[in-house]
Design a protein around this ligand. Structure first.
Ligand code: FNR
Length: 377
């Protein structure tokens, strides 16, 4: 490869993929993916936060060899990008999570499988063929037996960790979805993990006589849990040997509590602006949390990451790696190839940006690479 074909894998921008998704999907499905809660203040802040940090490049460094790999939870990741847990992916493409996980794995990008996937966690991990780690995201069900069963299944299926989403005691105030009267679970998407769960079936479909539609009310009843507290983490620890990562931490005191309670990592996230509207951006929270944690816990961030330089800024502010959500879902409108195209462009953009910033190893990116910019744009 020469320096002139560096963009050979470039397809279109995330914004163009989004426009394609908008044209292709039904309006309620597109709104479900693209929107945030409330007035979408947080959704917007997640993106604008990146403009408030400037990268300070360095020059006259031999950047002919570059290493994009990072370490996370005893794994070496080929690139500092993972696919965030996104539920109900068959509303975007019939191949749903299988296309996304399979596409990610072929590029050695880890995948986080949502509790509310449209394929079972076993089918998803099988699709990755061990080419990249997969993590299971747990919405802690309001039924301990089902929670224990999901976690045991994830461990048996070869998942590398449990990502417990802690920012969703109930769903955010999602005005567009309410306006559209749309929640994907009603279409039968996102319930495969329950239809395939022996404990759920035994408790809520005794005799196996209920149709999938008849099982949806019970799934909705136990899907989220408003009673889980820090003390319950011990219960989970006793049921799995896998690393436990909390997703949805925004407060620095919670980051310190996570450390006290012995979790293995945290994902600084406001759920892509879909839960509590009015919170600050994930990037700003990362800055504060990284200062408190001082390297004592692996930190991951998501929300608003669209281009290579965004990843450099996130790593500079203390993240070990990042997650992307909507960008790959927009790519998913074209199935596995679309997911791969989005990821390939993002990784190439990162590689290009890293080189021009004078960075040879992304794992060495520290705070000196960014400076806060508070002037007008
Ligand atoms: C999500 N997210 C999410 N998070 C989670 O823990 N479990 C889930 O099932 C889902 N489902 C989901 C559906 C859709 C359509 C979206 C857009 C997001 C949140 C997701 O993991 C991640 O935090 C955000 O998407 C990150 O922000 P960006 O990259 O979309 O800006």
């Amino acid at each position: 490869m020469t320096v002139f074909d560096i963009a050979a894998d470039f397809t279109v921008t995330v914004e163009e993929w989004e426009a394609l998704a908008k044209r292709t999907l039904t309006a309620p499905a597109y709104d479900y993916v693209a929107s945030g809660s409330g007035a979408e203040e947080t959704l917007a802040k997640n993106k604008t936060a990146f403009r408030q940090w400037d990268i300070i490049p360095q020059v006259l460094i031999d950047v002919s060899e570059r290493d994009l790999s990072v370490q996370l939870l005893n794994e070496t990741l080929a690139v500092p990008v993972m696919l965030a847990p996104v539920g109900f992916q068959t509303i975007v493409h019939p191949d749903g999570e299988l296309a996304a996980a399979g596409g990610a794995a072929e590029l050695k990008v880890p995948f986080v499988a949502s509790t509310v996937s449209s394929f079972s966690l076993e089918e998803i991990s099988a699709e990755m063929k061990g080419q990249a780690p997969c993590y299971f995201q747990l919405y802690w069900p309001a039924d301990d037996d089902v929670a224990a069963s999901l976690v045991a299944r994830a461990e048996a299926a070869g998942y590398a960790g449990i990502v417990v989403t802690v920012d969703t005691p109930l769903l955010g105030w999602r005005e567009k979805d309410m306006h559209n009267r749309y929640f994907p679970i009603e279409t039968g998407a996102g319930i495969a993990n329950f239809l395939n769960d022996p404990t759920f079936q035994q408790k809520y479909n005794e005799g196996g006589t209920l149709t999938y539609k008849q099982q949806i009310p019970a799934i909705k009843r136990i899907l989220l849990n408003q009673k889980v507290t820090w003390n319950k983490l011990d219960w989970l620890r006793q049921r799995t040997t896998l690393p436990i990562v909390l997703k949805g931490i925004m407060h620095e005191e919670d980051a310190l509590l996570a450390l006290d309670y012995g979790v293995d990592g945290i994902i600084v996230s406001n759920h892509g602006g879909r839960q509590l509207d009015g919170t600050g951006s994930a990037l700003e929270a990362l800055d504060v949390i990284a200062n408190k944690i001082q390297g004592r816990l692996p930190l991951v961030v998501d929300g608003g990451i669209r281009r290579g330089p965004d990843i450099i800024k996130a790593l500079a502010l203390g993240a070990d790696t990042v997650l992307i959500g909507r960008p790959y879902i927009y790519g998913l409108t074209e199935g596995k190839q679309g997911v791969k195209a989005v990821l390939t462009s993002l990784i190439k953009d990162l590689d290009t940006s890293v080189a021009i910033a004078g960075i040879t190893h992304v794992s060495s990116i520290g705070r000196s690479f960014v400076r806060k910019y508070s002037g007008p744009y």
